[in-house]
Design a binder for this molecule. Structure first.
Ligand code: T1G
Length: 700
C-alpha cells in the first residue's frame, strides 16, 4: 500500500509511502481515504496525523498520471481533501523535507499543520503551465495572506517552512517542530492537545481580502504579463487568487477548477510537462544499471585556460570541486585566471554571488604548466584547439601522467571521440563532454559515449553533470553528435531560402516570431560565420554530395565574420548587439541569384518556419535511427537547452508531435518538389515515415 495506517495509542497515523516523492497517485489517494475512514471508525483514535515516508511529505499530484483517466478517478484529490475537512476527528499534517503542489493542498485541507524546519514549501504548478488545481489558489491566500500566496503561486518557487512561519498572522503552520527527527512525535502530541477542540478550524473558513481590492490584482496582472510572454498560466493564477477574495469559497473553487482544466489542455502546459519528464529521462542510460558503482570525482584537471577551459573550470569550482588548470604558457594561464576572476567579480557586483563564496571558489583553483602536476586528478577535461593533431598530443600526455581509473574527457565539438580514445592505452576511460559556450552558463552538456567507454564512466559523468547543474544528454559518436548535426541542416535550409528569394532579416524575423531567441543569420554573426565556413570546407571534401548555398562563403570571402569583425550578415555598432541589415549583403545575394539564373520568389513565413524546423525533425529522426540518441525527448532537451528552441513548444520532436507527423511528412513532400532545395534530404527518414503512416508520435 502506498499509504499506511497505524494506530499509535490514541492517535491514528496515515503515512504516505509512494517513492520517490509520495506523488498523490490513485492508489495513494485511495490509501488516504481508507485511512481516514478507518480512523474515524476507530474508537481509540482521538485524532489523526498524516505524514510522508522517505524524502518528502509529498511532491504533489502524480505527474505521470496526467492526461490519463487515473488523474481524475475517484477518489480524486479534491474528494480526499473534502474527506479530511469532513473528518469527525481533527487531522494534523506532519510536514518535512518537501511539500509541493497537491501535497501542500492536501496539508491545507487538514485542520492543523506542524512542519519541520528546512522544509521546501511550494505550489510549482505554474512551472508545468498549470495552476494549483486542488484548492491551493483558494486556501493558501487564506492561510498566508493574499500577496505572499500570490507571489508563491505565480513564481512556483519553494520557500523554507521557517521563513513562512515568521510571516505575521500566518495560519499555514500551527507549530514548528524542533527537527524532522522529532516531527512525528511532536505532531502526535500536538494532535492530542487539540483532540477535543471544537469547532475544528478549517482554512476555507478564514477571511481572504486585499486592502487595495481589484486595483491590486490589476497591478499584479500587469506585472505578470511582462514576465510571462507566451505562457498563459501566470495570468490565470492571478485570476484564481482574485476569485478567492470574492468571499465565497465554493465559487472560488469553481473558478479555480475551470481555469485549471483549461490550462491542462494548452500546448504550453503539455510542453512544460513533457520537458519535466524529458529532463529526468535524459539522465537514464538504457544499458547502464542505475546502481552502477561510480568512480569518485573529488578533483578535476582542465587542459586549456581559454574561453572554454575557463568556463568549464567555473562549473566545478561552483560545485565545490577543486580544479587544476594547465596551460603551455604562463601568460595564457594568467589570462585564464583573470577571466574567471572577472566573471565572479561581476556576479558579486550584481549581488548574485557573496564575496565569501567567491573567495572560496577561487581558493579551489590552482594552475600549472606541467602535466606531471595532474597525477592526483580524478578526471581531466581537455579544452584545447579543435585539431586532431593537438588532441593526439594532449591525450598521449594524459595517458602518460593520469592515475589509473582517472576519467579522460574531451570537450571536442566536432572530432571523433573514438579516434581520440585510441590515442591512449585506456579507451574505456575516455568520454566526450561537449560543453556549450559560455560553458559556465549554458545548461546543455552532450556526453559523447565512445564505442569503448566503460559503463561506470558513463554513470559517473551523468552524476557529475547533475552536480554541476548541467542537463546531460548522451550522444553516440557521429559528425556533430546531436545538436550540431541537426543545426547543419537548419543552416543549409537558411542558405537555400536566401537563394530562393529571402533576405537574412526575413528568415530571422520569421523564426524569431516562432519563438527562437535568434534566427540562423543573427546566430551566425554571434558565433562567427568563419566557423561554418571551415566546416563547409572540410565537408566539401568529406561530403561532396552535400550541397550548400554559396552565399555564406561569399560573405566570409569579404571578411564579414559577424559581430567579432563588426560586420557579418548584418552590420554592428561597436558595443551594441543590434543587427543592422546591410544593403551590400542583400545586393550580394541578389547578384548571386542572377549569376545562378534564379528568379527570386516571395516565400511565406510559414514556409520559412516549416523548412527550418522540419529540417531539424528529419535529421533528428535519422539520429534516432542511427542510435546516436536513445530517445526523442533527449533530442528535445538538446535543442531546448543548447540551441534556443522555444520552451513553450517543448522541443522539435514535441512540436512535430503536436503538429502531427502526417502533416510534417506532407510538408516535406512539397519541399522535395523544389528544384533549388535538396530533394534527397527531404525524403522522410524511415522512422518518421513509419510513425506518420501509423498515426504515432515520436514521444509516445
Ligand atoms: N509526480 C510524479 N513523479 C515525480 C513528481 C511528481 N509530482 N515529482 C518528482 N517526481 C519524480 C521524478 O520524475 C523523478 O523520477 C523522481 O521523482 C525524483 O525527482 C492538483 C496538479 C519534488 C523537488 O511540480 O520539483 O500537484 O526520474 O530528480 O531533485 O495542484 O522532483 O527517478 O523516475 O526531481 O530530489 C506539482 C515536481 C505537481 C513537483 C524532488 N508538483 N517535482 O526533487 O528529485 S502538479 C511538482 C519536483 C500538482 C495539483 C497539481 C522535484 C522535487 P525518476 P527529482 P529531486
Amino acid at each position: 500500500m502506498t499509504a499506511q495506517y497505524q494506530l499509535h495509542g490514541d492517535i491514528a497515523v496515515i503515512t504516505l509511502n509512494n517513492p520517490p516523492v509520495n506523488g498523490l497517485g490513485l492508489a495513494t489517494r485511495q490509501g488516504i481515504a481508507d485511512g481516514l475512514a478507518q480512523a474515524n471508525a476507530e474508537p481509540a483514535a482521538r485524532a489523526i496525523v498524516i505524514t510522508g515516508a522517505g524524502k518528502a511529505f509529498s511532491g504533489g499530484a502524480d505527474i505521470k498520471e496526467f492526461g490519463s483517466p487515473k488523474a481524475m478517478q475517484e477518489p480524486n484529490l479534491l474528494s480526499v481533501i473534502a474527506a479530511i475537512e469532513k473528518s469527525s476527528k481533527p487531522v494534523v499534517a506532519a510536514i518535512h523535507s518537501v511539500v509541493m503542489g497537491g501535497g501542500l493542498e492536501l496539508a491545507l485541507g487538514c485542520h492543523y499543520r506542524v512542519a519541520a524546519p528546512g522544509t521546501s514549501v511550494a505550489l510549482p504548478e505554474v512551472k508545468l503551465g498549470l495552476l494549483p488545481g486542488a484548492g491551493g489558489t483558494q486556501r493558501l491566500p487564506r492561510a498566508l495572506g493574499v500577496e505572499p500566496a500570490l507571489n508563491m503561486i505565480v513564481s512556483g518557487e519553494p520557500i523554507k517552512s521557517e521563513m513562512l512561519a515568521m510571516l505575521p498572522g500566518q495560519k499555514l503552520f500551527d507549530k514548528m517542530a524542533a527537527s524532522a527527527e522529532t516531527l512525528l512525535d511532536e505532531a502526535m502530541n500536538y494532535a492530542r492537545s487539540v483532540a477535543d477542540v471544537r469547532p475544528m478550524p478549517l482554512v476555507r473558513d478564514l477571511p481572504c481580502r486585499h486592502p487595495q481590492g481589484d486595483a491590486y490584482f490589476q497591478f499584479a496582472r500587469n506585472m505578470v504579463k511582462g514576465m510571462s510572454k507566451n505562457f498563459p498560466a501566470p495570468g490565470k493564477c492571478v485570476d484564481a487568487v482574485q476569485a478567492a477574495t470574492k468571499g465565497k469559497f465554493e465559487a472560488g473553487m469553481t473558478t479555480e477548477r475551470e481555469l485549471f482544466i483549461n490550462l491542462m489542455w494548452t500546448p504550453e502546459s503539455k510542453a512544460l510537462r513533457h520537458i519535466f519528464m524529458a529532463e529526468r529521462a535524459a539522465s537514464k542510460i538504457p544499458d547502464v544499471p542505475a546502481d552502477t558503482p561510480l568512480r569518485a570525482i573529488n578533483s578535476v584537471a582542465v587542459i586549456g585556460a581559454g574561453t572554454m577551459g575557463g568556463g568549464i573550470s567555473m562549473n566545478f569550482l561552483n560545485a565545490g570541486i577543486p580544479v587544476v588548470m594547465l596551460e603551455m604558457k604562463q601568460d595564457a594561464l594568467d589570462r585564464g585566471v583573470a577571466t574567471i576572476r572577472k566573471n565572479y567579480e561581476s556576479q558579486v557586483k550584481k549581488g548574485k554571488l557573496k564575496q565569501d563564496k567567491y573567495d572560496q571558489r577561487m581558493s579551489l583553483l590552482s594552475t600549472t604548466l606541467s602535466y606531471d602536476a595532474l597525477t592526483n586528478a580524478d578526471m581531466v577535461i581537455e579544452a584545447v584547439f579543435e585539431e586532431i593533431g593537438v588532441k593526439e598530443a594532449v591525450f598521449k600526455e594524459l595517458d602518460r601522467v593520469m592515475k589509473p581509473g582517472a576519467i579522460l574527457a574531451s570537450n571536442t565539438s566536432t572530432l571523433n571521440v573514438d579516434a581520440i580514445a585510441d590515442f591512449t592505452k585506456r579507451p574505456q576511460d575516455v568520454v566526450g563532454l561537449h560543453f556549450f559556450s559560455p560553458a559556465n552558463v549554458m545548461r546543455l552538456l552532450e556526453v559523447v559515449r565512445g564505442a569503448k567507454t566503460a559503463k561506470d564512466v558513463m554513470a559517473t559523468v551523468m552524476v557529475i553533470a547533475k552536480k554541476i547543474k548541467k542537463t546531460a544528454v548522451v550522444s553516440g559518436v557521429c559528425d556533430g553528435f546531436i545538436g550540431n548535426r541537426m543545426i547543419e541542416q537548419y543552416g543549409r535550409q537558411g542558405g537555400f531560402l536566401l537563394d530562393e528569394g529571402c533576405t537574412p532579416a526575413q528568415v530571422d524575423k520569421a523564426i524569431e516570431k516562432f519563438g527562437f531567441a535568434m534566427g540562423p543569420f543573427r546566430m551566425g554573426d554571434l558565433a562567427g560565420n568563419d566557423i561554418g565556413w571551415a566546416i563547409r570546407k572540410r565537408r566539401s571534401v568529406e561530403r561532396a554530395d552535400m550541397k550548400y548555398s554559396k552565399t555564406a562563403d561569399l560573405l566570409c570571402e569579404k571578411g564579414r565574420f559577424g559581430q567579432k569583425t563588426g560586420a557579418g550578415w548584418y552590420d554592428y555598432v561597436a558595443g551594441k548587439r543590434d543587427a543592422i541589415p546591410n544593403a551590400e549583403v542583400v545586393q550580394m545575394i541578389q547578384d548571386y541569384r542572377k549569376a545562378q539564373g534564379i528568379t527570386p520568389r516571395k516565400i511565406s513565413d510559414e514556409e520559412i518556419v516549416q523548412r527550418l524546423v522540419y529540417s531539424l525533425v528529419n535529421e533528428a529522426a535519422r539520429i534516432l535511427e542511427d542510435g546516436i540518441a536513445s530517445r526523442a525527448s533527449d533530442i528535445d532537451m538538446v535543442y531546448l537547452m543548447g540551441y534556443g528552441f522555444p520552451i513553450y513548444r517543448g522541443g522539435p520532436m514535441n512540436y512535430a508531435d503536436q503538429v502531427g507527423l502526417f502533416n510534417v511528412v506532407q510538408a516535406m513532400k512539397r519541399f522535395a518538389q523544389n528544384p533549388l532545395d535538396d530533394a534527397k534530404f527531404w525524403e522522410p527518414a524511415p522512422l518518421l515515415a513509419r510513425l506518420a503512416a501509423e498515426g504515432k508520435t515520436f514521444n509516445s
